[in-house]
Design a protein. Structure first.
Length: 361
């Protein structure tokens, strides 16, 4: 093996802190910088910010240009993008134009952005990559591994495929993201509150990349536009939540679908059952254990169902959800650095594994 790849982590929030830990544990990666938006974190050691219990000798900074001037091999970008999608895309393009490879947890529409982003934005990404050789890969768990690599790998066992359905079934009460939970989903808000996610076209912007990428992997062309369906339910009792308690009568659960059809027949479906308490809406599907799972159902010959469950060593599924999101883009760094310049999708990457991470103790 050659020298470790020099990596900068962009933000130290719920995903970024785990990315720092992941890079520190990876034998082929070296943490050389950390960007923070909060001036109070400026100058603090990355190990402290990631709660590792030790210093790593890398001080965080708010100075974007200083980090780019280091010419790292890659940036692992974990900053919140849900409420600043287009500003974040500009950041990512700036990294590419500086010749730095990027793996990012968002904006998730960049997983497969055709028909979502304007052609001129896609052209900018492609031309920056062609000019500098830098690559951009956006992934995570959902959108990400649970609904790209996992379902497409399972279809390699199929003789006939009638429908691919990818699902998240999850209790979000321990998920700390007040903006996402309140403003985007509308949890804890009056039932007539116009939450951002349920406006026409937003589900397609947020998860259309999932449905269209699976379709591309299967070689089918979907009817457009995709079909959006939403079923919101009020909480029946007061429910505690780390992102803000959910009072009875306010929105407590939601089931939504984004349906990709071919000649009017559903062929690829993204589906979420999201609760703020595990006993809400008992008639909806539930995970096989714990408080959440990702489920893939492939109808055809043969019928297949796969339930993917995770939980943290020191926390629940929402903690491990942040870990798997971080690790997917950390472990992909060597493959993304080696890839041709421009946007790199899950269909472009070789098999990404946890190479070098087997415990030695």
């Amino acid at each position: 093996m050659g020298e470790p790849l020099r990596v900068v982590v962009w933000s130290t929030g719920t995903v970024g802190r785990h990315a720092i830990a992941g890079i520190d544990a990876h034998p082929d990666l070296e943490l050389v910088g950390v960007w923070v938006s909060n001036p109070d974190k400026d100058g603090k050691d990355a190990g402290v910010l990631a709660d590792l219990g030790r210093e790593l000798g890398v001080a965080a900074t708010t100075d974007k240009q200083a980090l780019l001037a280091m010419k790292p091999d890659a940036i692992v970008h974990t900053a919140m993008t849900d409420d600043r999608v287009f500003e974040a895309i500009e950041d990512l393009i700036e990294f590419l134009e500086a010749g730095v490879n990027v793996t990012s947890s968002g904006p998730v529409l960049l997983q497969w952005p055709e028909r979502i982003l304007p052609p001129e934005t896609l052209d900018r990404i492609a031309s920056a990559g062609e000019r500098t050789g830098a690559s951009l890969h956006v992934n995570g768990i959902d959108p990400g591994f649970a609904n790209d690599v996992l379902p497409l790998s399972l279809t390699s066992l199929s003789q006939r495929i009638d429908e691919v359905r990818v699902m998240e079934i999850c209790d979000y009460s321990t998920y700390y993201q007040p903006v996402v939970m309140g403003d985007l989903f509308g949890f804890g808000r009056p039932m007539d509150f116009r939450a951002f996610l349920w406006e026409p076209g937003i589900l397609t912007m947020a998860w259309g990349s999932v449905v269209r990428q699976i379709a591309a992997g299967l070689g089918i062309t979907l009817d457009e536009p995709l079909t959006e369906e939403v079923d919101r339910r009020a909480a029946e009792v007061d429910t505690p939540s780390v992102s803000g308690d959910v009072q009875a009568g306010t929105m407590g659960a939601v089931h939504f679908q984004l349906i990709g059809k071919v000649d009017g027949v559903p062929r690829v479906v993204l589906e979420h059952y999201t609760r703020t308490a595990p006993d809400q809406v008992p008639e909806w599907p539930t995970p096989p254990e714990g408080d959440g799972c990702y489920r893939v159902v492939i109808k055809g010959e043969p019928f297949m169902q796969c339930d993917f469950v995770h939980h943290g060593e020191h926390g629940d599924h929402n903690v491990s959800g942040m870990i798997v999101t971080a690790q997917r883009i950390v472990n992909a760094v060597p493959a993304v650095v080696a890839a041709p310049g421009g946007l790199v999708t899950a269909l472009d990457l070789p098999l990404v594994t946890g190479r070098g991470l087997v415990s030695r103790a």
